[in-house]
Design a binder for this molecule. Sequence first.
Ligand SMILES: Cc1ncc(COP(=O)(O)O)c(C=O)c1O
Length: 380
Amino acid sequence: MEYSALSELLRVTDDPKIISLAGGLPAPESFPLKIIEKLNKLVLKKYGASTFQYGPTDGAKILREQIVIWLKERNMKVAIENIGVTSGSQGALDTIGKIFINEGDIIAVESPTYIGAIDAFAPYGPKYAEIKTDDDGVIPESLETILKTKKIKFVYLVPTFQNPTGRTITWERRKQIAKIIKKYGTLLIEDDPYNSLRYRGIAVDPIQTLIPDQTVYLCTFSKVLAPGLRIGFYSAPNNIAKLMMASKQSVDLHTNSYGQYLSAEYLKTGDLKKHLPKILKIYKSRQEAMLEALKNYFPKTFSWTHPEGGMFIWLTGPKNFDAGKLYWKAIENKVAFVPGTYFFATPGIGKNTMRLNFTNVSEIEIEKAIKKLSQTIKSL
Ligand SMILES: Cc1ncc(COP(=O)(O)O)c(C=O)c1O
């Protein structure tokens, strides 16, 4: 295992004078503190000491039942036996690495992909095949070429409001992808933490709905309740769900009981439905502020994604632009972002790309930061 070079790079962003578009943090003002206060009382009254007792490895039954109902809204038909609760979806990614990856196995990932998955899989020593992408996400022909020519252990995708690009794979392409995965008999890991964060447009069903027997679906309460609770979950075919549970048992026995009861009641009482529009309102206006500022200030040689939701915007500069160089200059000017190269499974590519987060910064600061960034680019 190697210490993450990206964490090292981002350490300087702790300086409160820096406007950070670097992290992927939800806005603290989006956390439903009043609701949590109410649910806290309810949970203690209703479930008492059991909220602080050891619990089942696959998660509290009440939460798994509520997750089954929640996933129905995404047209997913899953049973309680398919669901397991994890310490964030990151916990599920670690478990997946542990049970599936042998050293040298090849995993197909989007180009670029979620760095946290690469970090979770790293200790098991995989290799990667990068699937080509465009504005509609994964290019199905590229996936097919990879599956035809290489022995792939599984395909890992973030199809909706992807981290880092914010892109969403269209329904047409989801059908093609499902068909290809079915044809080659491989497994899909569908990581879907941003599903609920849609600011415009029409929801697209998860790929899981097309190939439920070949998909491990991951989601989380981190973006709709609070990430500090560390409550995530998976839905997996029965045989895989059993393995995931066996693997988790030796790691942490189970995810924290209190957070599970709280999350269950957040769903059961309808509080999530009540609170979600407030989160969406905050993020929509921040995203619009960033897109507007980019349009007003950024050099015309740059292009960027226009996601319908999520937390990120992805920028591509001219071929000779080096986002790594810009990073240190931008830090001097008190603005931070993530150079895009860190999100590619193959080291050294994507040097002219960058990821911006808009959820944890006010509209005013966003405008200031984008203006400064573009001035820094021009000075370089
Ligand atoms: C694509 C993706 N997967 C998983 C995670 C992990 O989320 P958590 O462990 O908080 O559920 C994140 C966090 O940002 C993410 O972007």
